[in-house]
Design a protein around this ligand. Structure first.
Ligand SMILES: Nc1ncnc2c1ncn2[C@@H]1O[C@H](COP(=O)(O)OP(=O)(O)O)[C@@H](O)[C@H]1O
Ligand SMILES: [Mg+2]
Length: 312
């Protein structure tokens, strides 16, 4: 097949996407496809349309790549692509909105509140509201971002203003969440719509205090344990929550769902990633390996799940 891989892009996660793109391009070539990589920004549209590809593999992360916008553009151009569509991508990217959907469907979430920063010039106004609702420790993060960019674990009230400033540099809406202590896990989901399956649960042991940018991407920044050493019962619960979360948002083909298992052994969902990291050493491929799916096979599976259904 003739496939274009969009990677790089203009979001805060550009560097991560460069690695994802490189891995995907190599895997597709290994599988015999005719591949063109495009370090994507809107000026590359002409190049993309001229290529007349059978499929686009979106290797972008974050804003403009993972949030439904590029998906909308490809829909309008009538070019099929791998993964979630406009609505599910946009919903998953919006942590506050997606959490409302999870909570309404009995997937446990952390107590949180979102605040529009642009309406107030003065951070102290928001800081006051935050202090009324939350007691330390709590987490301040951009509502729409990834790779832990812009996130602060606030331990003392005097950090609040700075935390709001950092989060609002990524998004005008910030999300404040109660701090969930416990074990961090993530669950890959893959499959045909309505028949999705969860892959083995991955436990993440960051070398830092939490799963920050460096733990995510520096060599040796974190340890991945697959399958996670949790009971069969908890594994099943995590996997069924992950598949449910994927389906509730209307995701397609693949996603990866982040949780923290709290002190009472309850999985608290953090978010659904519709375009999770896909370098050969990323979490998703690590888990697939355990069930005998190599990196190249996994990428090929995503491709075959994305082909337009000719029987419709
Ligand atoms: N409510 C929370 N309590 C404790 N740690 C958190 C909380 N929210 C986020 N974290 C930490 O920050 C990391 C990134 O948060 P997440 O909500 O998944 O955003 P991102 O989209 O940046 O990955 C998590 O993997 C976890 O280590
Ligand atoms: Mg995350």
């Amino acid at each position: 097949m003739k496939i274009a891989v969009l990677y790089g892009g203009v979001s805060g996660e550009r560097e991560v996407s460069l690695s994802t793109g490189k891995g995907i391009i190599q895997a597709l070539k290994n599988k015999g496809h005719e591949v063109t990589g495009i370090d994507f920004d809107p000026s590359k549209i002409d190049q993309l349309t001229r290529l007349k590809v059978d499929l686009v593999f979106i290797g972008l992360h974050g804003r403009f790549g993972e949030d439904g916008r590029i998906q909308g553009l490809l829909d309008m151009l009538d070019i099929p692509y791998v993964g979630s569509g406009v609505l599910s991508s946009a919903l998953a990217m919006d942590k506050a909105k997606s959490k409302q959907i999870f909570a309404a469907n009995n997937i446990p979430t952390a107590v949180s509140e979102s605040y529009e920063v642009s309406r107030y010039n003065d951070y102290s106004h928001i800081a006051r509201k935050v202090k009324e609702k939350f007691s330390t420790p709590f987490v301040v993060k951009p509502n729409q971002e990834g790779s832990t960019l812009g996130l602060t674990i606030v331990k003392e009230e005097k950090q609040i203003d700075k935390a709001i400033e950092i989060a609002s540099a990524s998004d005008s809406v910030i999300l404040v969440e109660e701090y969930v202590g416990g074990r961090e896990v993530t669950v890959p989901v893959v499959g045909k719509e309505g028949e999705e399956e969860a892959l083995p649960v991955i436990e993440i042991i960051p070398k830092s205090e939490y799963y920050d940018f460096d733990s995510k991407y520096k060599p040796g920044g974190s340890e991945h344990i697959v399958p996670a050493k949790v009971s069969d019962e908890l594994t099943e619960q995590l996997q069924s929550y992950a598949v449910l979360a994927h389906q509730l948002l209307g995701c397609t083909v693949y996603s990866r769902v982040d949780f923290i298992i709290n002190e009472n052994n309850i999985p608290i969902i953090l978010e659904v990633n519709t375009l999770p990291g896909m370098t050969p050493t990323s979490l998703f491929p690590d888990s697939a390996q355990v069930v005998g799916l190599s990196y190249d096979d996994l990428v090929e599976r995503f491709v075959s799940l994305s082909l337009p259904d000719k029987s419709k």
